[in-house]
Design a protein around this ligand. Structure first.
Ligand code: SF4
Length: 108
């Protein structure tokens, strides 16, 4: 499988956020670290494993935490941003509020 570069992952994240009507986190350093994590995970596992979670070792078990994860819609609805705070709803992004740690819905 061809390696992904950082710019490939930026395009991916932009496509997802545009399609869903979300915004990417505007904190550039934070965003860069998440993009780097996603890129590393793609090149390590062959899929965009969530950069804030650990792999269980197989795509099948990790399926719910491949970005955009199964929990992102509910998290954005409830908290304004996903677990990693890569994606935000437009209202939250416009509020200027800082993303806070939220519970991992995967284990609730
Ligand atoms: S928490 Fe955010 S970055 Fe992580 S997989 Fe879900 S949508 Fe992607």
């Amino acid at each position: 499988m061809p390696e992904k570069k950082l710019e490939d992952t930026v395009k991916f994240a932009e496509l997802v956020s545009n399609k869903q009507g979300w915004e990417l986190n505007s904190d550039k350093d934070f965003l860069d670290s998440l993009i780097a994590g996603l890129t590393t995970n793609w090149n390590r596992y062959g899929y965009y494993l969530c950069p804030c979670r650990d792999s269980d070792g197989s795509r099948k078990v990790d399926a719910d935490i491949i970005c955009p994860c199964k929990y992102s819609w509910a998290d954005i609805e409830e908290h304004g941003h996903c677990f990693c705070a890569l994606y935000m709803c437009i209202g939250f992004a416009a509020s200027g509020k800082e993303a806070s740690g939220i519970p991992d819905r995967r284990f609730s």
